[in-house]
Design a protein around this ligand. Structure first.
Ligand code: ZN
Length: 301
């Protein structure tokens, strides 16, 4: 039912994305500049952080100040890699779930991050709304998105080598389920769902093969680190990081409650050693090998 009218999902199930994209190819530059941006934006301390689209947990060790972290991804195999990397530990909770139907009670988290995720979302506003609902008032949201109004796209457009207009406000789907967004549009969406943007960093300015080959990594990273600081004034880099704060009143569930049923929205769920059960619709959501599974359909979407 739900699956019929839900947006399509970019599924990394069984994918070797972690190895092929981050470990084998030359992404040290992107990884280092992202680490710098995260360090600048993250609160120094916190209780419970939701990492939405955690993948294989590349960024998870960077959330140093948080007591507990929920790693959420649609792909169970990515979470298995994360679990192997981070180890079974009370500090981490692994949840396979649909980002359009987050299985948590309202107001559960004091912080959330969404890095390299919005890029794959056909309905990004819905994702931002989901994040807002599970955040406490005043909660911190760190978002990374791909910026269509980047210098390379502008130059290509001006010389006629790119048909889409980098200055127009609508998202561009440059490949199937790969979207770039206009900074103004993302900021408007955030405002609409109840966030105020506190700080922006423009990131990955020098993401060009020729520069990565010719300029020493440390120099390129230092240059980007400096250039990131202009992000509050203009955003011309392919990636933008921002920190937003949840504003306005929002319902907050009873302390001690955690999961919400993604099928019928009832909460709280009854937690057992083998998973979580919904008293309303009687569905049960299994906990197997350290990973909760809240996906309603496990096949290809
Ligand atoms: Zn239910």
């Amino acid at each position: 039912m739900m699956a019929a009218n839900r947006p399509p999902i970019c599924d990394y199930e069984g994918s070797d994305y972690q190895v092929s994209f981050w470990e084998k190819s030359d992404r040290a530059y992107e990884d280092r500049v992202e680490a710098i941006a995260l360090e600048r934006l993250l609160p120094k301390a916190g209780k419970l952080l939701l990492e939405l689209g955690a993948g294989a947990g590349r960024n998870t060790p960077r959330y140093l100040g948080f007591e507990r972290i929920v790693l959420l991804d649609y792909s169970r195999t990515q979470l298995q890699l994360a679990l192997e990397r981070l180890g079974q530990n009370d500090r981490y909770l692994f949840v396979a779930a649909d980002a359009y139907r987050l299985p948590f009670v309202p107001g559960l988290f004091d912080a959330a991050t969404t890095i390299r995720v919005l890029h794959h979302m056909a309905e990004p506003q819905q994702i931002l709304m989901q994040v807002r609902q599970v955040l406490q008032p005043e909660g911190t949201f760190i978002l990374e998105y791909a910026n269509k109004r980047n210098l390379k796209a502008i130059l290509r457009y001006l010389v006629g080598r790119q048909s889409w207009n980098p200055f127009s406000l609508e998202p561009v789907e440059f490949a199937a389920l790969n979207f770039d967004f206009h900074p103004k549009t993302v900021n408007d969406w955030l405002h609409e769902v109840g966030f105020t943007v506190e700080r922006q960093l423009s990131v990955s300015h020098f993401r060009l093969g020729v520069l990565k080959r010719l300029v020493p990594l440390r120099l390129l990273v230092s240059m980007d680190s400096l250039a990131q600081l202009t992000g509050n004034w203009w955003q011309l880099s392919p990636s933008v990081f921002l920190r937003a704060k949840a504003v306005g009143k929002t319902p907050t569930a009873q302390p001690g409650t955690f999961f919400r049923c993604p099928a019928c929205d009832y909460f709280p769920l009854r937690e057992t050693s083998t998973g979580a059960e919904c008293p309303a619709c009687t569905r049960s959501w299994p906990l197997e090998d350290g990973i909760y599974d809240f996906r309603q359909s496990k096949g290809c979407l």
